[in-house]
Design a protein around this ligand. Structure first.
Ligand code: GDP
Length: 483
């Protein structure tokens, strides 16, 4: 937790505190060595005491908290359900700051389901998605950007994505935002002093200082925004399509990228998203290949549906890798590919493949045709051999440059990671620009203070200090159950 982050002022209302006890299976579905049923809330220990019997006798409440107790779980009728380890974490020394009990059972779906149902019958309620983390947030243990990064860590697709999420969980982004908010408060305090004591002639000094500081804050926001898109891509993946004529080498390129053992193929079942997506890792950037089957089907140009699907993916993609067989000259058969490229909204990297053989297709030729066909978004043309592996590093470098817009990503860079956060930064920038205009127009300090307060409040939406309950609920509903 970051120093100085107490419970946010908006959530101190008693009626927002959760007084019921929640329970959920916190480990992944499917078979596993162990699986954990976790409870949080006032009745968590009481419910565990009713179903868990320590192996060496006594009640769980006889033992010190945060000790692993071996024992057995029985239902209300005394039927044995499982052997388990029980760990009690008393409030406030737990993830949620409430009483938490973990029942570490055998990791079979049915066993866990039975234990979970038992906790419901004994008085627990089913946890909503993300409810444990939401409680941690409402109880002031994490701020909103930290809470969001918990989910980002779970879903991280490459080492770079994980690094970003881990940094934000440790409070990297929150720290930066809180520093900026603090600075805004200090400018406000100064201006208010000059309003309260006009005779002290500190007015002009306060205004010119405010101008300098607002300028500096504006610069900091600009810097954060410069990396916002990269942060989002590291979190969500870069929407990518691989296109090309049959036999150009699309599958070979995919295999080459996958064969580097740096690839991660992730299935995200319906808990948080509706569709299954595949990710490949190239240079730390997760490329999101949505429904690659469709793209692979371009082999069969006769199958209209497959082709049309591939086309629509390509049109929507943020990055299109267009693979050409470099041993052939461009022919009429390439016409549909060029037509498609002219409709793409994302950046295009053209790959002249089969560079291990004698190439007949040159970069100049490609550029000439691209100009004729009005294909404007070509980011780079690369010769490579998907089969032999040459050119893969150049492809990696170019994708990295594209994502970081030529800026080197410093490991310690602070990045926001979703569209909501980016939007808040943009709005805060606009408010600071407005503050500048107010300052320059020579209006009274009162107006400057009003503008600054708006910027302060806006930035608080990133950390969750100033945010409505409905938006908080919406954010946590995207979490998985049990987290
Ligand atoms: P796709 O239809 O576009 O997916 O193309 P494939 O990846 O299936 O490749 C078609 C043929 O080209 C296969 O026989 C590959 O072995 C061959 N091929 C692909 N890439 C290269 C390359 O870089 N060099 C050479 N010499 N052959 C390649």
């Amino acid at each position: 937790m970051v120093e100085g982050f107490g419970k946010s002022q908006s959530y101190e209302d008693e009626d927002m505190q959760q007084d019921y006890t929640i329970s959920a299976i916190s480990t992944a579905m499917g078979e596993g060595g162990i699986g954990i049923v976790r409870m949080s809330g006032e009745r968590a220990i009481e419910i565990a005491a009713k179903c868990f019997r320590p192996m060496h006798g006594g009640k769980i409440t006889d033992f010190a908290a945060r000790r692993a107790l071996f024992g057995r779980i029985y239902d209300e009728d005394g039927r044995f359900l499982d052997e388990a380890i029980c760990i009690i974490m008393e409030a406030p020394h737990s993830y949620t700051c409430e009483d938490v009990v973990e029942l570490q059972c055998h990791g079979g779906g049915l066993v866990l389901q039975e234990v979970l149902s038992l906790t419901y019958r004994l008085g627990a309620s089913a946890a909503e998605p993300g409810e444990f983390t939401k409680r941690a947030f409402l109880n002031g243990r994490l701020d909103l950007s930290q809470a969001q990064s918990v989910m980002d860590m779970i879903q991280a697709k490459t080492a770079a994505s994980l690094e970003l999420a881990a940094g934000n969980l440790q409070g990297r982004l929150s720290g930066r935002i809180q520093d900026m908010r603090q600075e805004i408060l200090s400018i406000i305090a100064h201006l208010e002093a000059s309003i309260d004591f006009p005779e002290d002639d500190i007015e002009d000094v306060a205004l010119s200082e405010a101008e300098l500081k607002v300028e500096k804050l504006h610069g900091e926001l600009e810097e954060l925004l410069a990396f916002a898109d990269a942060g989002q891509i590291l979190r969500d993946g870069l929407k990518t399509a691989i296109i090309g004529k049959p036999n150009a080498g699309k599958s070979s390129l995919m295999n080459r990228i996958l064969g580097q053992e740096r690839a991660i193929v992730t299935d995200i079942p319906g808990t948080t998203r509706d569709s299954i997506e595949e990710y490949v890792n190239i240079g730390g950037i997760p490329l999101k290949l949505a429904d690659t089957a469709g793209i692979r089907e371009t082999d069969n140009l006769a199958e209209k549906i497959g082709v049309e699907r591939a086309y629509s993916h390509a049109r929507d993609a943020e990055l299109v890798l267009a693979v050409f067989d470099g041993t052939e000259l461009v022919s009429e058969q390439d016409e549909p590919i060029w037509h498609l490229l002219s409709q793409c909204r994302g950046k295009i990297i053209i790959i002249i493949n089969k560079a291990d053989l004698e190439l007949r297709l040159s970069e100049a030729e490609i550029r000439k045709i691209a100009a004729e066909k009005e294909v404007e978004e070509i980011y780079k043309i690369i010769s490579m051999s998907a089969k032999g592996g040459t050119g893969l590093e150049e492809l990696e470098e170019n994708i990295k440059n594209l994502v970081f817009a030529g800026k080197i990503s410093r490991r310690e860079s602070v990045m926001v990671s979703d569209a909501r956060q980016k939007n808040i930064l943009c709005q805060a920038m606009t408010l600071l620009e407005q503050t500048r205009v107010t300052l320059l127009s020579g209006m009274s300090e009162d107006f400057v203070v009003i503008d600054l307060r708006s910027a302060w409040e806006k930035l608080g939406e990133i950390t969750g200090d100033t945010l409505g309950e409905d938006i908080i609920d919406e954010i946590f509903s995207r979490f998985c159950i049990g987290k």
